[in-house]
Design a protein around this ligand. Structure first.
Ligand SMILES: Cc1cc2nc3c(=O)[nH]c(=O)nc-3n(C[C@H](O)[C@H](O)[C@H](O)COP(=O)(O)OP(=O)(O)OC[C@H]3O[C@@H](n4cnc5c(N)ncnc54)[C@H](O)[C@@H]3O)c2cc1C
Length: 453
């Protein structure tokens, strides 16, 4: 297999020593054991959809494309145990067969479950936390190739931190997820004036199960999306309408505007005015088909999590800054909302959160814009998405997370030799300090796997 690896956004290239395709938990353990003997690093990757260098390695890179099964579904408890590499799209389709769904998803579903939870991937919905909050149990392959199972009952301290582990604690082997009965969503998308959206922001966020909007730079428009649970039957868009909205307009048409803008940046403000004409879209479909849609236009992205109470002011400052600095932007700014949680390295730790994401078309300079946005977000105690670009390091990040040391204690105990580390993790987390290991001494049970119920 080619030794070169690059991420989806083409922002990171790595040259792993070896790329491996394990198909079982035993193989995962063997690979880690043999890397430990050879003193090499190991990194599991998912779909490579992180924009940051969090997944890069010069050691042994484990692709989990053969480790993607649903192992067990418990219809009473509404839980599913799955192998770490399963893409969210396939997981959602398989859950539907069992009458189940994940409570929320982000705007694509290509990520693996392990990659998604490791970086605290999220959707929108004020009552719902990021995807890692749906995790009820995990099994992790530790630095010596041993299996560590954890849940709220078993190794609770490991469980608390490992749900958003950044890939720094071990290889996630299986994940048990809390699901909900499958549910249809009524989707309503329409442009509104940005001022009106900000004026009634709390009503939008609190009055919908899932509300988000995209501010279109160089215009006063916001493209709003409201997804609500409904008793109505499934009434999806026809194949043509879906292709027109999700492929022709949102991807091919939008990609063309982006390419024109890259060629002639001075045209961008005029091109941007074509976006709000996307019009009103309304349909009812299975939840995962509403949450996620294809993204064919490549871009670079930064996203910050700030306290929800600061959302309106932060967005207004961002809009003013873009005008004042004269940035020419072809991509909208995305704004979403999630519930606070108790996961030490989750950007939503301890507070209701507004996520603000900025994007730049592939091949265009992003750093001046992202740095200017970062400065605003940092003034609100903003925490960066671990899977997206940012410019912070351990020195500034540690003070943003009240339970930073709790995570570091577990990391120091589990991976003192930095078997799972890489330059990005050393930059954002520092080097693990060796600590006594409270986990291995408790005679770890070997994880078992079986067919889906
Ligand atoms: C088009 C696009 C849309 C996106 N939309 C959203 C969105 O709506 N919401 C959002 O929050 N984010 C979004 N993201 C970001 C994305 O969800 C995260 O970066 C996510 O981590 C990517 O998952 P992945 O499977 O590609 O993981 P990768 O990027 O491959 O890996 C991410 C991290 O997880 C680790 N990891 C992966 N598998 C394992 C394992 N088995 N054990 C231990 N560690 C592991 C890797 O080592 C790495 O540290 C988007 C990204 C793109 C490109």
């Amino acid at each position: 297999m080619s030794p070169r690896w690059r991420n989806w956004g083409r922002t990171v290239v790595a040259h792993p020593r070896e790329q491996l395709l394990p198909g079982s938990e035993e193989e995962l353990c063997d690979i880690v054991r043999s890397a430990a003997r050879a003193g090499e690093r190991v990194k599991a990757i998912g779909a490579g959809h992180s924009f940051s260098a969090i997944a890069a390695t010069d050691g042994r890179l484990l692709r989990l494309d053969r480790y993607t099964r649903v192992l067990r579904v418990d219809r009473e408890r509404l839980t599913a145990e799955v192998q770490a590499g399963i893409p969210l799209s396939r997981l959602s389709e398989e859950l539907l067969v069992h009458g189940l769904a994940l409570p929320n998803l982000g705007d694509i579903a290509s990520q693996s479950i392990a990659g998604a939870i490791s970086t605290a991937t999220h959707g929108t919905g004020r009552g719902l936390g990021n995807l890692a909050t749906f995790v009820r149990g995990l099994s992790l392959v530790g630095a010596e190739g041993e299996i560590l199972r954890c849940s709220a009952e078993e190794r609770p301290e490991l469980f608390r931190v490992a749900r958003v582990g950044l890939g720094a604690l071990g290889i996630v082997s299986t994940v048990t997820l809390q699901c909900v009965p499958a549910f249809p969503l009524h989707a309503l998308e329409m442009p509104l004036r940005l001022d009106a959206v900000l004026e009634a922001l709390d009503e939008h966020v609190d009055g919908n199960d899932h509300f988000e909007f995209f501010w279109v730079p160089h215009t006063g428009w916001a493209l709003t999306k409201r997804n609500n649970r409904t008793e109505r039957g499934i009434a999806p868009r026809g194949a043509w309408a879906e292709f027109r909205d999700d492929v022709l307009l949102s991807n091919l048409g939008f990609g063309l505007l982006c390419r024109l803008g890259r060629l002639r940046p001075a045209w961008i403000p005029r091109l941007a005015r074509a976006l709000p004409s996307a019009g009103r879209v309304e349909y009812v479909d299975h939840s995962h088909r509403v949450f996620a849609s294809p993204r064919l236009v490549r871009f670079s992205e930064m996203e910050y999590a700030i306290p929800r109470a600061a959302a309106r002011q932060a967005i207004s400052r961002l809009v003013e800054m873009v005008k004042a600095r004269g940035f020419l932007l072809s991509f909208p700014v995305e704004v979403r909302f999630v519930a606070g949680d108790d996961i030490p390295l989750s950007p939503a730790f301890g507070r209701e959160t507004c996520y603000i994401a900025v994007h730049v078309f592939q091949g265009m300079a992003y750093e001046p814009y992202f740095r200017a946005v970062e400065e605003i977000m940092r003034s609100y105690g903003g925490r960066p998405h671990w899977g997206k670009i940012h410019f912070q390091g351990e020195d500034t990040l540690r003070e943003l997370y009240p339970e930073w040391e709790r995570f570091q204690a577990v990391r120091g105990a589990l991976d003192p030799a930095q078997r799972f580390s890489n330059p990005y993790l050393i930059h954002v987390l520092g080097r693990p300090a060796e600590r006594a290991d409270p986990f291995r001494s408790s005679s770890p049970a070997r994880a078992t796997s079986g067919p889906a119920a």
